[in-house]
Design a protein around this ligand. Structure first.
Ligand code: SF4
Length: 316
């Protein structure tokens, strides 16, 4: 499998670029995700020209327009950093990134909740690091997360799932950019979208069904991917997954015996009560998909959204 290009704060893959000369190597990121992702490392502070080690910095000002200044000497690096970021983002555009993992809490790389200090040196507000903010403004569709939030299994699953969807979208844009291609893409993702947001599924279904102006009109696919990525940010809860699984179960009503139906239903209910992980009903359904040759379900990304080895659906 071709590795997916994902941007990353350089210190997270073990590069000693932090202000204190250290790193923040995250083994899950390099050893587990690294089997599927090819990382493009960015250290805003070092690439902008600051040395290692260096004086620590912090954010000041407003959350909308924060400034990045050194803590002891009060040197303001905002303009220089923004100028550098513009150039770097232009380069990153050519990398075709499908995600970015930022280092939490950093005044340059932090994605959310970064402390913003008053003139007296007291943290008074929270905001986004200078580079992270420039990145999300430039690439609003690319999935982003920070290393801290990835410790939460639900957030981790959601984020990685979105990276795989975005990669499939980029591949789609390279080949089947016609009405048929978009209908196929949407069909493949139907249950995945349903698991996140039935409302977005309806909205996307409307876009896909009105395809007559699709040829050569990039606005339709632009609004499709915008709504899709927005919908996938909503968490696939147990309740929504249960609904999806029951829909899928409906495809086997003529195939399964009474006992098999009872068993599958019991597994789905146990999943929705938090007694077993999502992977359990999904494995059983995949078994029936193969056994009863359900081609429509075979193509559903929901049943196989990312490599099983990542064990993203193994939590309760
Ligand atoms: S948090 Fe960002 S700026 Fe700080 S060392 Fe890591 S990559 Fe560099």
């Amino acid at each position: 499998m071709e590795k997916i290009k994902v941007g990353i704060s350089s210190c997270l893959i073990g590069n000693k670029v932090r202000y204190d000369g250290g790193h923040k190597h995250d083994r899950f990121i390099t050893d587990t995700l690294g089997k599927y992702f090819e990382y493009v490392a960015v250290c805003p502070e070092v690439e902008y020209g600051l040395p290692v080690p260096r004086e620590a910095m912090r954010l000041t000002g407003s959350p909308e327009n924060p400034r990045i200044v050194t803590i002891k000497t009060n040197i303001d690096h905002t303009e220089g950093m923004l100028k550098w970021a513009e150039k770097r983002l232009h380069e990153l555009e050519k990398e075709n990134l499908c995600g970015f993992i930022f280092k939490s809490k950093s005044p340059s790389s932090g994605l959310q909740g970064v402390k913003i200090y008053s003139e007296k040196g007291v943290p008074v507000k929270r905001g986004v690091g200078i580079f992270a903010m420039a990145f999300i403004k430039r690439f609003p569709l690319i999935p982003v997360e920070d290393d801290g939030r990835l410790n939460n299994p639900e957030i981790r699953e959601n984020f990685i799932e979105r990276i795989f969807v975005y990669k499939r979208w980029c591949d789609f844009l390279k080949k089947n950019v016609d009405a048929r291609g978009l209908i196929d893409f949407h069909t493949d993702h139907k249950y995945l979208i349903m698991a996140h947001s039935p409302k977005h599924l309806t909205e996307l279904g409307r876009i896909v069904s009105d395809m007559k102006h699709f040829k050569g009109d990039t606005r339709i696919r632009e609004s499709y991917i915008k709504i899709l990525m927005e919908g996938l940010k909503l968490m696939a809860t147990k309740k929504k997954n249960r609904n999806c699984l029951l829909h899928i179960m409906g495809y086997f009503k003529k195939d399964l015996t009474g006992d098999e139906k009872k068993e599958l239903l019991e597994i789905i209910e146990n999943y929705s009560k938090g007694l077993i992980p999502l992977i359990v009903p999904v494995v059983l359904i995949n078994h029936y998909v193969k056994k009863y040759k359900k081609d429509y379900l075979k193509r559903q990304v929901y049943l196989n959204p990312h490599p099983m080895e990542l064990m993203l659906r193994n939590h309760v």
